[in-house]
Design a protein around this ligand. Sequence first.
Ligand SMILES: NC(=O)c1ccc[n+]([C@@H]2O[C@H](COP(=O)([O-])OP(=O)(O)OC[C@H]3O[C@@H](n4cnc5c(N)ncnc54)[C@H](O)[C@@H]3O)[C@@H](O)[C@H]2O)c1
Length: 387
Amino acid sequence: MRTLCVFSGRETVMSDKKINIAIVGLGFGAEFIPIYQRHPNANMYAICQRTREKLDSIGDAFGIEKRYTDFNELLKDPKVDAVHINSPIPDHGWQSIAALKAGKHVACTVPMATSIADCKKIVELVKKTGLKYMMMETVVYAREFLFIKELYEKGDLGKIQFLQASHQQDMDGWPNYWPGLPPMWYATHCVGPVCALTNATADYVSCFGSGTIRKELVEKYNSPFAVETTHIKFKDSDLCARVYRSLFDVARQYRESIDVYGSKASVEWPLVEHEPLVLHRAKLPEHKIPKLVKSPDYAKYLPKQIRPFTTKGVYDLGKKTHLSFVQGAGHGGSHPHLANEFLMALVGGRDPFPNARQSSNWTCVGLCSHESALKGGAIVKLPAFTI
Ligand SMILES: NC(=O)c1ccc[n+]([C@@H]2O[C@H](COP(=O)([O-])OP(=O)(O)OC[C@H]3O[C@@H](n4cnc5c(N)ncnc54)[C@H](O)[C@@H]3O)[C@@H](O)[C@H]2O)c1
């Protein structure tokens, strides 16, 4: 079985090649600047965002000379090898398509797109051009997930019998593309891990909507549900998974989670952030079955220059940026692993994990699930290009 590419960090010493990276969108995107600046196979070449003042503030703080306020101008720069897109959700699809058409490799934050048609175009362009595409799903490179994946690959969990995952977040007050977004349109944080654990491909889904969000939120996307909960059937597998999502009008601390139930051992994500995982082992006296375990850190699999970023972010560097536009480090220490995986794929001429097809499968689970919820839970098959 192929192990997660996060364990391929040692490839970095094998090549002197440097990839010219351009980061698009400098809110969350700015977190990645110092990582690329220190990675031995990257040249943090250009940054792009629409407002000149913010662009210059971040460019000055990090000493980046090439700056673009217009995405299409950036694409005309022949020195840009790869773009890492961190723009608002509705822009992911068209920007990825335009970048691939311009001959650039693409890393894009989640989700891949908000329409099945755009996901299809990206998959087709990658096939046609041979360029690489990676959706930068943080959960599948979070230390908790890597720990569970390691237990699974060592055989410690036995036969996997069931998976469930959740992502709950209160998005009131976030930028204007969020209000009313169907929960399943942003589902990769829970779909990604249930697919990635066993390298499974989703085949079909059935989703129910539950509850109702405020009237003024419903209007933009015509989506009434407070919670969407979907069952995913995997292709050529006896496994199914349940994932659920909420974005508005549900009282819950931010939580991304995956619970994995195996024949020898099961792992449950903590209910409250920063608490330990619970490992349940079979055939023990009842009171000895659960054990609290802390996930190790997997920085050792990264080039040494970027290892500190599994625990540190832009804030910790004391950079004078527009801090209100820059989010803190987090997401289980995944950011340096994501950047490293993308670069290693480009340097090594191999597909990243997740590649375009896998990213489309994870994203389309969400899009098909919302369609299913609108049809009262009808089974919806994933499009063929995602399988
Ligand atoms: N865990 C995760 O994977 C995670 C975490 C946070 C954010 N995100 C994703 O990152 C993206 C950005 O989130 P954010 O909170 O930083 O959003 P934001 O709205 O605060 O920032 C968006 C950035 O994109 C820029 N931008 C907008 N339109 C652009 C265009 N046409 N061309 C170039 N730049 C443009 C803006 O100037 C801004 O810098 C979102 O899609 C979000 O879903 C993912």
